[in-house]
Write a protein that binds this ligand. Structure first.
Ligand code: ATP
Ligand code: MG
Length: 498
């Protein structure tokens, strides 16, 4: 067994109202990939932030290669050889990919006696790194023009570029396709073979067998246990993470009615999607499956009016507005829970309560002036319905764990009393039990006669939750399947070949 590269002794982190880490002692050997697991709010990101130097522990020790270290800043952590890829992307949108990757150490050249940044060399170096990662990203592009998945790849390239001895990845694959995930795994293993200790956080338990050598589980800030991957079968891990879990299935009584709620007619946007038509009926959950880049997010955004389509029409309960924009679609009863919660979903500096009301201020106002008590009551209802874990609904949303922030985004749109909800990757970064809570919310909506459109990269979820699934391929509807008649694997094949 390799000696531990990284170790914690009785590590503790307290926040107001929360003990995020409680007496955590673990050691991680070099040359291996260590999965760090736990439900939403278990303390995983807190541990990573402590190693990354961006959060200071309340007490306890950190050891790197057997020596105690104090990591007072991200720079000190980087100097100690620890590189981190955060759960929330941290790139600067207005800079190029090359600048982001090499930030703080752009290559310089002397010209006419002056030191300047050597741009051709910077671009060459960043591109070489991206090519080494087999990532189809142009180092000269601005980060703001990249998809979430491409940004994730850049973030990882940036961490790799410091050639660290410890690499921490907080849910790195949540926005990646199968192909990109496979590439990432290849690279991570290559790094581990060079002696790097990799700490790997994921909620996708299926990937563990492909990437992890050991598994450590946290629960409520405490270490539940660590074991080698070969002893960690799925039931054991789930038991360690949650205790007992009862799997839930789509209730058989949820049968869609005949009336159309949402009709999308011949919607097109150049270069994104063409001639898309479908209907969602009352009480129906319609799934949309497709590969990364097939146009799913763009389609939902266009239906909601966030990106205007070139042609086509969106009708909600027989009514349409043209040209349509998000406020008018919201007035018609449409809601969209977006894929990228940080940019489009939440104001991180505000509390959970104001965030829950961001999309429904007009409706809340109708209830009367400054109805503080009622607002608080409604917030608590939503927090309970979605099991949002927060010490206080007035603490900033930034203090919530990643999965709990995702639930606030969903709550915010549920509070607009929509007729149809478009869900774009609602379960990203959300643990197994919280996923089921979100499914319950969807089923509950349809039971009340609403309609849902559900986009997810997790095809198992679509098969589990939906009444009907459309396959989107290169921006066109390439087929429709009944979930009862298809397995997730066959659906994946259809998405690629349809
Ligand atoms: N800055 C902060 N202020 C107050 N509480 C915080 C802060 N950061 C984290 N917490 C709390 O600490 C606990 C652990 O959060 P952490 O982000 O480590 O969870 P996690 O395991 O990464 O969860 P997820 O899977 O949802 O990302 C949570 O209860 C969270 O609300
Ligand atoms: Mg987290």
């Amino acid at each position: 067994m390799n000696p531990p590269r990284l170790q914690t002794l009785a590590l503790r982190k307290e926040y107001p109202g929360t003990v995020a880490l409680d007496d955590v002692s673990v050691s991680w050997a070099g040359g291996q990939v260590h999965a760090l697991l736990g439900k939403n709010g278990a303390g995983k990101s807190t541990l990573v932030k402590i190693f990354a130097g961006s959060v200071q522990p309340t007490s306890g020790q950190l050891l790197v290669d057997g020596r105690e270290v104090r990591l007072r800043s991200p720079l000190e952590a980087l100097r100690a050889g620890i590189a981190t890829v955060y759960q929330e992307l941290s790139l600067i949108p207005s800079l190029t990919v090359a600048e982001n990757i090499l930030l703080g150490r752009l290559p310089q050249a002397r010209r006419l006696g002056l030191r300047r940044i050597d741009w051709p060399a910077a671009i060459r170096e960043a591109q070489r790194l991206l090519d080494e990662m087999d990532a189809a990203v142009d180092a000269r592009r601005q980060v703001r023009d990249l998809s979430v998945a491409q940004q994730q790849v850049v973030e990882i390239a940036k961490a790799f570029s410091s050639r660290p001895s410890v690499l921490m990845l907080d849910e790195p694959t949540s926005a990646l396709s199968k192909h990109e995930t496979a590439n990432l795994f290849r690279l991570v293993r290559q790094l581990a073979r060079q002696g790097v200790a990799v700490l790997y956080i994921t909620h996708r338990l299926q990937e563990l067998a492909d990437i992890a050598d050991t598994v450590t589980v946290l629960r409520d800030g405490k270490r539940v246990g660590s074991l080698p991957m070969r002893e960690a079968d799925a039931p054991t891990i789930v038991q360690m993470m949650f205790g007992h879990v009862t799997p839930r299935h789509r209730p058989p009584d949820l049968v869609p009615g005949p009336e159309p709620l949402l009709e999308v007619r011949g919607l097109s946007r150049k270069g994104k999607f063409q001639d898309v038509s479908f209907t969602v009926r009352r009480g129906e959950i319609l799934g949309i499956a497709g590969m990364l880049g097939s146009g799913r997010t763009e389609l939902l955004r266009a239906i909601f009016g966030a990106e205007p389509p070139d042609s086509g029409e969106v009708v909600v309960e027989g009514r349409s507005i043209r040209p349509h924009d998000p406020p008018s679609m919201r007035a018609l009863g449409l809601a969209l829970t977006p894929e990228n919660r940080k940019e489009e979903g939440l104001v991180l500096s505000l509390g959970t309560r104001p965030n829950l009301f961001l999309a429904s201020l007009d409706r809340m106002a109708r209830w009367g002036v400054s109805s503080n008590a009622r607002e608080r009551h409604r917030a608590q209802e939503l927090v309970a319905q979605l099991a949002i874990q927060t010490a206080d609904v007035d603490f900033p949303v930034a203090s919530l764990s990643g999965g709990n922030q995702q639930k606030v985004v969903i709550g915010k749109w549920l509070n607009t009393e929509p007729r149809v909800v478009l869900f774009d990757e609602p379960t990203r970064g959300v643990d197994l039990v919280a996923k089921q809570q979100i499914f319950e919310v969807m089923w509950d909506l349809t039971r009340r006669g609403l309609g849902c459109v559900f986009v997810s990269s997790e095809l198992e979820e679509l098969v589990e939750v939906c009444h009907r699934i459309l396959i989107l391929k290169d921006g066109r509807i390439a087929g429709e399947v009944q979930p009862e008649a298809i397995t997730p694997n066959d659906l994946a094949v259809r998405c690629m070949t349809a």
